[in-house]
Design a protein around this ligand. Sequence first.
Ligand code: KG4
Ligand code: ZN
Length: 368
Amino acid sequence: MRILGIESSCDETAAAVVADGREILSSVVASQIDVHRKYGGVVPELASREHLRQIVPVVREALEQAKMQLADIDAIGVTEGPGLVGALLVGITYGKTLAAALQKPLVAVNHLEGHVHAVFLEAHKSGPEPKLPAVCLIVSGGHTVLYQVKPDEAHGMFEYRKIGQTRDDAAGEAYDKVAKLLGLGYPGGPVLDRLAAATNGVPAPVKFGSIKTRGNPYDFSFSGLKTAVLYHVREHLEYAQEIRGREEALARGERKFEQLLALCSPQTLALVREFQNAVVRDLVDRTLAAAEELSVESILVSGGVAANSQLRATFEDRARAKGLEVFFPSRALSTDNAAMIAAAAYFRFRAGQFADTSLNADPSLKLA
Ligand code: KG4
Ligand code: ZN
């Protein structure tokens, strides 16, 4: 069973062919970062336009890499939501048209379920599958949400229950905003990740305590932390000059890690480290607490921020100490891709859940 997956919910146009829900035959991702960079975030109108430009060549390349033709595909899986409505519509319209023209079944996929399947795709490549029940943390630029994942034996799928979610910014959004205010460009996650690792023992210029949220202990909140970084930087005038220096470098196109690192004082590196410590500590604390309360077998972590090296290392250490196994996708499968969409589509297909030509984009589609 070979499924062509199509993903266009945000700023990546992606297509992939996956066999039997677990074997990746090809995976092509066209990132729009260069288009959105100068605006410091994803511009929805530009995203839609880029998807229109990319969708045909990206699908063609995914088929070529899988050494297949359109006629060899058994079904098409496409992201229905959540995401940007105009962006989603490009993939959905393309998927519907392809399905009708080829007379192949169409399957609608929840993007968040895709991120869950990314973990299983990786596990299939490199070792044993995660045991269920599990808690799954999906942590990206658009989402920070915790689910309980159980098997749905009757349908051969997973069953989800939402345990918590962010009340304001997603963790990746906090990374992106902090990078922007420090003059470190867009997206913020990868560069802050590497800068944090470059600190050498300089004490943090400010301490960020643990993040408090009232009510549900598994809810997240990152906007206060971002504001704390902003206030700290505003109150300490010594940052202003180096921030300007980095902004000028970025404007000249000097955005390589080494170039930016050379323009960061030890104090800035220690500040970045302290910010990352606070984010990582919070994500790991809440996820482990949920895992313990629900007595799950494993922890799954997916989404763009799951690429973060400190998050991975901290989860590994602290989960192992509690006798829990933690699973991540590779970095390529952590960020948005279409292999995860094809994988999720396979299980919906087997359960007989098909979409028809009335399929529409749902920007706030819920998984549970
Ligand atoms: O999953 P993704 O590609 O798209 C969304 O659905 O948002 O995630 C992108 C987000 C961005 O906010 C980016 O800054 C963050 O993931 N990110 C990281 C890292 N790599 C990407 N955050 C922290 N550390 C990283 N290494
Ligand atoms: Zn995503």
